[in-house]
Design a protein around this ligand. Structure first.
Ligand code: GLV
Ligand code: MN
Ligand code: MN
Length: 412
């Protein structure tokens, strides 16, 4: 099999996809089911059709593009990632796995390889939590991790439900039908940028993921008492933002004192009401993101945050309510998928690192229904979720080549 990756075409497609954005370049903002995202999705579908793949979408907007194998009834081998992007993001997160997965399939088609199992590109819907508060909605539904009813009722900031939004986007089917039948995939593989600095530091351009860390997130509402910034004296205050400040530091402290480098916690959203310079903040909304490779240790950190929050609520006489958005288990990558990747690396003489994914991915949920693996490529300085995210063309091409070979091994 002679495989050639069309690096120029991949780069050109990456630039085109980055142009579907609601931010000034080089930043990319592509929130799921906005007009911009819908245009990007239509463009990706057109690329898949142009490659001769058979495309279908499910009711939440997961896009499946299939190259039928010699045994079309056999379980498919899947690859893919997402194209939605958080506000002020870069061009590579998710996109490398979608356009790289498409180029891997095209390269296999151009070679003399013919798969026994069908090969399928999967573009997951709503991987980022920006719009509906929870990430990986497409893969949660595909794997049966989230019920159709709970998903349909999730709402965005404007109070529009996922059901309303997806139907407006022309996705009218029943969410119950999204769950994949047992044995749908023989194996699944996701190519992604590392989103951390380890590959670059090790001067290695490929990472084979062994385990995906366990994410959790919470929404916290702090209710104090507002009032005039001049008139209310300090002893009489119940300032919700001061309470939030203490809580944010308690979150940082809980993660730092877990004693493990794998424990991380972030408060990425802080909304202050009423948000006027001369008004005492009466209400604050925070969102917390807590992760660890060890689920029990992550849960201990969450309990520590809960204790700190109760303590400061009593001390500052504010009320603190929390809503658990998700608390997922970690995942182990499957030995056979890792072996397909490492066999290809060894045969090609490419060095690789075995590593943990500290970011979450749709693979976390697909691993519950199929043997799953992930292949990482470096991103400059480990930067991701920021406009200067960058992956070198040579690293992308090498990643796509190893992906293509692993797909061929798994589908032969
Ligand atoms: C995915 O975008 C993550 O936040 O890990
Ligand atoms: Mn992301
Ligand atoms: Mn991603």
């Amino acid at each position: 099999m002679k495989l050639e990756i069309d690096q120029q075409r991949l780069l050109a497609e990456l630039e085109t996809l980055a142009s579907f954005s609601d931010a000034e370049p080089p930043a990319v903002t592509r929130i799921v089911f906005t007009a911009t995202d819908l245009k990007a999705r239509a463009w990706v579908i057109s690329r898949c059709e142009e490659a001769g793949l058979t495309v279908r979408q499910d009711a939440i907007g997961n896009i499946f593009a299939r190259w039928s194998g010699a045994d079309p009834a056999a379980p498919a081998v899947g690859t893919g990632s997402h194209i939605d992007a958080i506000p002020n993001a870069g061009k590579y997160d998710g996109v490398v796995g979608v356009l790289g997965g498409l180029e891997a399939i095209r390269a296999l088609k151009r070679s003399d390889f013919r798969p026994r199992n069908s090969l399928e590109l999967l573009v997951f819907a709503t991987e980022e939590p920006t719009r509906f508060g929870i990430g990986c909605l497409g893969s949660r539904l595909l794997s049966g991790t989230l019920s159709a009813d709970a998903a349909g009722h999730l709402a965005d900031r404007d109070g529009k439900s996922l059901d309303e939004v997806r139907k407006k986007a022309g996705l009218n089917g029943n969410l119950q039908g999204v769950k994949l039948p047992k044995g749908y995939y023989k194996a699944f593989l996701e190519l992604h940028i590392e989103q951390g600095p380890l590959l670059e530091r090790a001067q290695t351009s490929l990472g084979i993921v062994t385990r995906i860390a366990a994410p959790a997130s919470l929404r916290i509402s702090i209710e104090g008492a507002g009032g005039h910034a001049g008139g209310v004296l300090m002893p009489d205050r119940k300032d919700a933002l001061c309470a939030a400040a203490e809580l944010i530091l308690a979150v940082e402290n809980a993660a730092r004192s877990s004693g493990a480098p794998d424990t991380v916690a972030t408060v990425g959203v802080c909304e202050v009401f009423p948000g006027a310079v001369n008004s005492i903040p009466s209400r604050v909304h925070l969102t917390l993101d807590i992760r660890d490779t060890d689920q029990a240790r992550r849960n201990d950190v969450m309990q520590e945050i809960e204790r700190a929050s109760q303590d400061l609520a009593a001390r500052r006489q504010v009320s603190i309510q929390d809503e658990l958005l998700n608390a997922d288990a970690p995942a182990d990558c499957a030995a056979e998928v890792r072996a397909a990747l490492s066999d290809s690396c060894r045969q090609r003489g490419f060095s690789f690192l075995e590593m943990v994914s500290r970011a979450y991915h749709d693979s976390l949920f697909i691993s519950r229904i199929a043997p799953t693996g992930m292949l990482f490529i470096p991103c400059r300085n480990g930067y991701s979720h920021r406009p200067d995210e960058y992956a070198a063309p040579g690293d992308m091409a090498r990643g796509v080549l190893v992906l293509a070979e692993a797909l061929a091994r798994l589908s032969a």
